[in-house]
Design a protein around this ligand. Structure first.
Ligand SMILES: [Zn+2]
Length: 256
């Protein structure tokens, strides 16, 4: 299908890893990619800015890929930059298509005509979330228990303030999985663990977990890893191993 935004030779809005299966773990990565549809050029943002965390979650896709292999889990990754449309925001909130991110203006998002906004929702946001919903529907129909795991990464310094956490567990209404994971991560030793840090989950600042997990009463983990720890293959492997191991223990505790 040829859309108004994505050309046939460009990657689809989301890519999947593995095959839908009966593993309890379903992995999602809202900010896996920093691609910008060709038709949008650079959005007026420099190449170096487009490599920064404002464009995507550095390292998160590779951690998710390695976790999917370790856990035998199906994974759904979103390919396009959050500067195009943030797939972890309700499209109704102003930061869905940001005109400024941290201190960087996004000229290509200024004065966006409603039809352009609708196109980004229709061709990037909606297909990604429809794919997640379809997999959750399939699992529900088949009676497969599900733990939804969202993998993110955060910048070590935000607006000049250093962040001390190595990893954070984020939650809102349902802390079942986070309570277990925070205890297990602390027991690893030598790590500073964020309990709803550097962010927390809310209906305004998030979309994936409130909509796909909380509305379905599914347990979930929203995991934020500090991006300098997963910038290379060694760090990505270390964190994928740790998180896969601890998620397996945490799941056995909350599902028994
Ligand atoms: Zn993210």
């Amino acid at each position: 299908m040829t859309g108004k935004l994505l050309s046939p030779d460009e990657p689809p809005a989301c890519v999947t890893l593995g095959q839908p299966n009966t593993s309890p773990f379903l992995l999602v990565c809202d900010h896996a990619g920093n691609r910008i549809p060709r038709r949008l050029g650079t959005l007026g943002v420099s190449g170096s800015e487009r490599q920064r965390h404002i464009a995507w979650d550095i390292g998160a896709a590779e951690v998710a890929r390695r976790m999917a292999e370790r856990l035998g889990a199906f994974a759904i990754l979103q390919s396009y930059s959050r500067l195009v449309i943030d797939c972890n925001r309700d499209p109704a909130v102003p930061t869905s298509i940001a005109t400024i991110s941290e201190d960087t203006p996004i000229p290509g998002n200024e004065n966006l005509p409603p039809a352009e906004r609708e196109t980004r929702i229709a061709e990037i946001f909606r297909p990604y979330h429809d794919r997640i919903a379809a997999e959750l529907d399939r699992r529900r129909a088949a009676g497969i228990p599900t733990l939804l795991v969202a993998i993110h990464s955060f910048t070590p310094v935000y607006r000049g303030v250093a962040r001390p956490w190595h990893v954070g567990m984020l939650y809102n209404r349902d802390d079942r999985l986070s309570v277990q994971m925070i205890a297990l991560l602390r027991a690893e030793g030598g790590l500073t663990i964020g309990d709803n840090q550097p962010y927390s989950v809310s209906d305004e600042s998030d979309y994936t977990i409130p909509v796909h997990a909380e509305r379905r009463s599914l347990p979930y983990g929203e995991i934020e890893i500090r991006q300098d720890l997963i910038a290379d293959a060694a760090g990505q492997g270390e964190w994928a191993e740790r998180l896969s191991r601890l998620l397996t223990i945490a799941w056995s505790r909350i599902s028994s």
